[in-house]
Design a protein around this ligand. Structure first.
Ligand SMILES: [Zn+2]
Length: 80
């Protein structure tokens, strides 16, 4: 027995976007979020911690992690 990746193992539905996904970083599976929603949630928390009120839908339109990070950077500049 080797460490073979089991196809379909650990598949779950993201509780935010409903997309079928799997644990990609050893963490997002435990919170039932796909990778992108995990990144969006983290970015929202960063904005919240930086003083923005209710930043919960700021990243809704982002479709890639890169877009989330870019928008986060812009928003953080606005908050300074
Ligand atoms: Zn998701």
């Amino acid at each position: 027995m080797g460490k073979h990746f089991k196809k379909g193992s650990g598949c779950f539905k993201c509780r935010l976007c409903g997309k079928l996904t799997r644990d990609v970083n050893g963490y997002n599976g435990s919170i039932e979020l796909c990778e992108l929603c995990d990144i969006k949630t983290g970015a929202e928390n960063t904005l919240s911690d930086s003083g923005m009120d209710y930043p919960w839908h700021v990243f809704d339109a982002c479709t890639t992690p890169a877009e989330v990070y870019k928008l986060l950077e812009e928003k953080l500049k606005e908050l300074q």
